[in-house]
Design a protein around this ligand. Structure first.
Ligand SMILES: [Zn+2]
Length: 387
């Protein structure tokens, strides 16, 4: 693959023949027709929020660089924007009078109304453009590994570009479409942003068991997304069937993995709901997001809940009392060591060599306070485990 650095192309050059599709919010062509601004695989123009697009124009007005822009030279000698679409569309809209910027007095300013020196500063600004030529696979591989300036493409956006084709188009229509009426329901369980492909990424992650890249490669030329859609809906239906309440802590959990592990286990949604509510209200449960997996797994693995540990001053008081008594009796200050027959039977451990333990386990109702705290040497504490 060959890359060429262009430093003599100006904003004005790119804006020649700039075509913007108002309806779709897309910059289409520029550079006198030589440049395709939004190839099929690119994401939507997400700068059109009145802030980022204006920020691009202000950067130009201040003489700041816009960062690296990447073009691909195609076989027919034309160019496609690989990265920089948003920046180009922003200044293209401004240059062609489709975008205004407020001045210090709050008055909307358009390019044609600017002073000549400011016009010259903007349109004469030189861009830094890398042009890549080579096999599609090489370019895409390289694109995947570079650190792109501007708003970096996220992982899923990169994959969409790498595996562009009918499958990605169909999958985006379903999972990257904020107009989809189901998005509201899905947002209870999935975190992130529909437009930034987070829902698509989740759907692919679930169906592929984490091998998104492999799945997209295999299905690249599929014209339907039936398997993806069916699997996704199965997971969503399962979650909403088992957990009748929607809690904010459910968002973004590894539902695909949980579905695979537990969907063949029967649950009583009423019982599940009671357990979840009790744990959500339990002040000793620090990791509320772990509650759902804890309940699914039959309330065995308390590590998922990150049960609140004893305060430092509690540990210190208990240590002092235990050590005083043990010294008087001539035994170890670890009660379990004191019961043994080994060398540690009379050993007095330092505070730093001990850990706090729930005498009565939290899972059996034991509280995390001084009345239920004992200090054990680290070995015995580990052996007893977080029960
Ligand atoms: Zn011990």
């Amino acid at each position: 693959m060959k890359t060429t650095l262009l430093t003599d192309v100006s904003v004005e050059d790119i804006c020649k023949g700039f075509v913007y599709n108002e309806l779709e919010g897309k910059g289409l062509f520029g550079w006198g027709g030589k440049l395709t601004i939004q190839p099929e695989y690119q994401r939507n123009y997400i700068y059109a929020d009145g802030k980022k697009d204006v920020a691009v124009v202000r950067s130009l007005m201040s003489g700041y660089p816009l960062g690296l822009i990447y073009f691909v030279k195609t076989a027919d000698g034309r160019y496609e924007v690989l990265d920089g679409q948003q920046r180009i569309t922003s200044f293209g809209r401004f240059r062609t009078g489709k975008l205004g910027v407020k001045d210090a007095n709050g008055m909307e300013q358009y390019y044609d109304g600017l002073a000549d020196d400011l016009k010259e500063k903007i349109s004469g600004a030189k861009l830094t453009i890398y042009v890549c030529e080579g096999e599609e696979s090489e370019i895409k591989e390289w694109f995947k590994t570079i650190n792109i300036a501007g708003i970096p493409l996220n992982e899923q956006e990169l994959l969409n570009s790498i595996y562009s084709g009918p499958f990605v188009s169909a999958a985006k229509a379903e999972f990257s479409n904020s107009q989809n009426a189901y998005v509201q329901k899905w947002s209870a369980y999935i975190s992130g942003n529909v437009n930034r492909q987070d829902y698509l990424q989740t759907a692919l992650d679930w169906v592929s068991k984490g091998n998104i890249d492999g799945y997209m490669s295999k299905h690249r030329f599929d014209t339907d997304i039936n398997e993806l859609k069916t699997y996704f809906n199965s997971v969503i239906d399962w979650i909403s069937g088992v957990f009748s309440d929607v809690e904010s802590e459910m968002r973004g959990l590894e539902w695909g993995r949980l579905y695979e592990t537990y969907h063949t286990t029967p649950y009583d949604p009423i019982e599940v709901s009671k357990k979840v509510q009790t744990l959500l209200a339990d002040p000793f449960v620090k990791n509320k997001k772990g509650i759902f997996e804890y309940v699914l797994g039959g309330e065995q693995d308390t590590k998922l809940l990150d049960i609140r540990i004893f305060e430092e001053n509690t540990k210190r008081s208990v240590y002092t009392m235990q050590t005083k008594t043990a010294t008087e009796l001539g035994v170890s200050n670890c009660p379990l060591c004191a019961m043994g027959h080994e060398a540690n039977r009379t050993r007095i451990w330092k505070l730093t060599e001990m850990d706090a333990d729930h005498v009565s386990a939290w899972s059996k109702g034991g509280a995390t306070d001084i009345t239920n705290c004992q200090m054990l040497c680290k070995t015995h504490n580990r052996a007893k485990g977080n029960k």
